[in-house]
Design a protein around this ligand. Sequence first.
Ligand code: MG
Length: 371
Amino acid sequence: MKIKQVEIFAVNLPLIKPFIISYATYPHIQSIIVKLTSECGVVGWGESVPDEHITGETPDSTYAMLKNTLAPAIIGQNPMEFEKIHELMDKKVHRAPAAKAAIDIACFDLVGKKLGVPVYQLLGGRYHEKFPVTHVLSIDEPEKMAEEAEEKLQEGYRSFKMKVGLDVAGDVKRIQAVRNRVGDDIAIRVDVNQGWINSANTLQALRQLESLGLDWLEQPVVQDDIDAMVEIKSKTSVPQMIDEGIRDMVDLRQIIAKRAADKINIKLMKCGGIYPAMKLAHMAEMAGIECQIGSMVESSVGSAAGFHVAFSKKIIKSVELTGPVKFSKDIGDLKESYVIPYIQLNDKSGLGVSIDETILAELTQSSEIVQ
Ligand SMILES: [Mg+2]
C-alpha cells in the first residue's frame, strides 16, 4: 500500500465561547486538516493544531511545511511503516511536531480503515473502558468560576480543570472559591500555564493550597525551567504535572533523570503524533510517572487520535480532550462519544470518526493537493 495523494486544508473551527488561558485568548481555533489517499483508494484523516507558544509552529508555518516539505516526502511511502515515515519526516525537518502529527494521525486512520480495526488495536488493544470527561474552567473572577463549576456539576461533571496563572493572590482565591462551591468529593486540577513563573511564587501559592485536596498542579513555572520543578516537587505534597515543559523524548529524558514531575501531560501536537506519544508513555511507565493525554483545542480528528492512545495504555490515567464539545461546528462526529460524565469510544475502524466534507469545505480558508 502506498500514499498517492495528500490534501491539506487550513480551517477555522468556530468556538462556542472564546478560550482564555494565561498567555492567550482564542476566538476560534486555526487547524490544518490533512487527508491522505492510498493507491487502493482508502482515506485517512489527520490534524495539526500548532501552538506557537509551545513548539514554535504557527498555523501558517505548519500549512507551508506540510505543503512544501512533508507531504511531498511521504508520497509513494507505505503508511503502515510508522517508524520509517517518522524517520523520513525527521530527516527533512528538525522537530515541528504539530506538522508531523497531522501526517502521523492520518497514517494511523488510513491503516486502521485498511485493516478494518480501530486505531487502538494497532497500539496494543483497548485497556480502558471509559474515561471521565473533565470540564475546563477558563480564567475569570473567583465567583464566576465557582458559578460555572456549579452549573456543570448539575449537568453531571465530576471533575474540573481550572485555568489560572494571572496573579498568585487572585489565583488562590479562584481555587478556594471553586473548592468551596463544589465540595470535597469533586476532583479539581489546576493548570497555571506557566503563569506563576518561578518556584518562589509557586511555593507561596502552594502553602495556601496544600489543604484543598487538589489532584495536581500543572505547569506552574516557565516551560524550560525543569530545575524549578525539581525544587517545587521536593517541597510540596501536591502532585506536580509538567505540560508545556514536556514536548518530546529529549525533555522527558531530563525530567526522569532529575525526578522533576509526578505526572506528565502528553499531547500529540507537542510530540509529533500517535507513534511518538506511545514512546513517551513507555518512557514514563519505566520511570513510574503517570500520564495524561491532553490536547490543544482540536477537532474530532485530533481529539480521537488522543483518545485511541489514552484508551490503550495502563499508565495513562486521565484525558483532557475537550475540543469537540467546545466547537459550535466540527468537521467530525466525535461529540457523540461524550456521554457526560464519561467518554466511550466506538469500535469503528481507524479513528472511528465520520468526516462531514460539506462542513469541512465551509470552514476551509485555503487548500492544496499534493500528489
Ligand atoms: Mg496544561
